[in-house]
Design a protein around this ligand. Structure first.
Ligand code: S3P
Length: 171
């Protein structure tokens, strides 16, 4: 399959964006961009430090700038930060340069995947299923409205997920 546009993977923290992006990058031969990693490389400090020293708004500005830059670069598979949908302009930039795939997972699945993580400032001090469920509910409509299609990830193999994405992305 030859793809000439960006594939943006969106969804809550722990939905599987990075894992699926890596697999699609290998299958489709498109470059891989992990947004958070790119931000850490460019800023020279961790995501936690960006939040602590400069605040969430500054992080969101950096994130929007990167989305804009990625829209102007060649086609890639892009694993987006979970909060990328909170700024409407990000969705607009993504739609202009590619297709948006929403990876969904239940709060329980997310919790199991992120419970030992300390590098997600949004969840620091709130690492529990109730908080995750509440924030996910607040964002769900944004993810759904932004996405070209949704893929449920709970209990499914990586191969199944990639096959479904490959089928849907071309239709
Ligand atoms: C965030 C998700 C994180 C990262 C930052 C904020 C969010 O990315 O961008 O900590 O607001 O949901 P992952 O979804 O890759 O963990």
């Amino acid at each position: 399959m030859s793809i000439s546009y960006n594939i943006f993977l969106i969804g809550f923290m722990g939905a599987g964006k990075s894992t699926v992006a890596r697999a699609l990058h290998q299958k489709l031969g498109l470059p891989l961009v992990e947004m958070d990693e790119r931000i850490v490389e460019e800023q020279g400090i961790s995501i936690n430090e960006i939040f602590e020293r400069f605040g969430e708004d500054r992080f969101r500005e950096i994130e929007s700038r990167l989305i804009l830059d990625l829209g102007e670069a060649g086609p890639s598979v892009i694993s987006c930060g979970g909060g990328v949908v909170v700024r409407p302009e990000n969705i607009e930039y993504m739609k202009k340069s590619g297709k948006i795939v929403f990876l969904s997972a239940t709060p329980e699945t997310v919790y199991e995947r992120v419970k030992n993580s300390t590098d997600r400032p949004i969840l620091n001090g709130h690492m529990d299923v109730e908080y995750i469920a509440g924030l996910m509910e607040k964002r769900r409509a944004l993810y759904e409205a932004a996405a070209d299609f949704t893929i449920r990830t709970d209990g499914r193999s990586l191969d199944e997920l990639c096959e479904e994405i490959e089928e849907k992305i071309e239709s």
